[in-house]
Design a protein around this ligand. Structure first.
Ligand SMILES: [Zn+2]
Length: 250
């Protein structure tokens, strides 16, 4: 039977981001999230001289399906994998907050840690999980990172009367210019990552405990590339990485 009404179609038009900031930060819940969400853009910008800082919020201590695996062992394995992936991307610094995997709360302690990282590294652009995504299940830690990062940027890192005890030894309030969410239901910006999608796949392949069997030419490689290819259709380049962007008022 033919559906008797016309199906609404959404024409998604992304604004293309071509500028490279001096400093950017990727704030993520678990080892591998940063590369999945923003790896190609981070690699591209790093290659153009942007200083990239990672803030890893949990240890990834629950990330194993192997019943023989212990939390201690998986934490050590994932820390080494994340370091190798970050090196492949060209990340300058990694801040590790060490919350237990699955136990990250959007509380004042975590908020203060994110505010401190923003005030210390002063990124113009921050990437994180989209806490407002409703299209499908999402890890609780991801939601808590997303909402905490958005709150940390505005108003907490910006205003000197919030976490004012941090403002010693040269640390000052800081205003982030743009917040880019990955995994959004409705993305609105795109970055041409045709030159860096290989680096993203290479970095992701370092997370062997999480994504076994990922290598150039594998099925997973093809699936990942096709997602980036689909995003870029109609834009005149081959691969795109997409985000939902919030911009602070001047
Ligand atoms: Zn995750």
């Amino acid at each position: 039977m033919t559906y008797p009404f016309s199906t609404p179609t959404t024409v998604t038009k992304y604004e293309q981001i071509t500028e490279t900031p001096e400093r950017a930060m990727v704030i993520f819940a678990h080892p591998d999230d940063a590369e999945i969400g923003a790896g190609a853009t981070a690699a591209l910008w790093a290659s153009r001289g942007c200083e990239i800082t990672y803030v890893q919020c949990t240890t990834g201590s629950s990330g194993s399906n192997d019943i023989e695996m212990t939390s201690e062992r998986i934490v050590a394995i994932r820390a080494a994998e994340q370091r190798a992936a970050a090196d492949a991307i060209g990340v300058s610094d990694i801040v590790i907050l060490n919350h237990p995997d699955g136990e990250l709360e959007a509380d004042r302690v975590f908020l203060g840690e994110v505010v401190h990282a923003l005030r210390k590294y002063r990124p113009q652009v921050v990437f994180t999980h989209d806490q407002h995504r409703v299209n499908g299940f999402q890890h609780r830690d991801h939601r808590h990172v997303g909402i905490t990062v958005q709150d940390a940027i505005y108003p907490y890192a910006r205003d000197h009367l919030h976490f004012s005890d941090q403002l010693v030894n040269g640390l000052e309030p800081y205003k982030v210019k743009h917040l880019f969410f990955w995994g959004a239901d409705q993305s609105d910006v795109i970055v041409d990552v045709s030159d860096s999608v290989d680096t993203k796949i290479d970095a992701l392949s370092k997370h062997e405990s999480q994504i076994p069997g990922l290598s150039f030419g594998s099925d997973m490689d093809r699936r990942m590339r096709s997602r980036h290819e689909d995003a870029a259709k109609g834009y005149g380049f081959k691969y795109g990485e997409i985000f939902r962007r919030l911009t602070a008022r001047a």
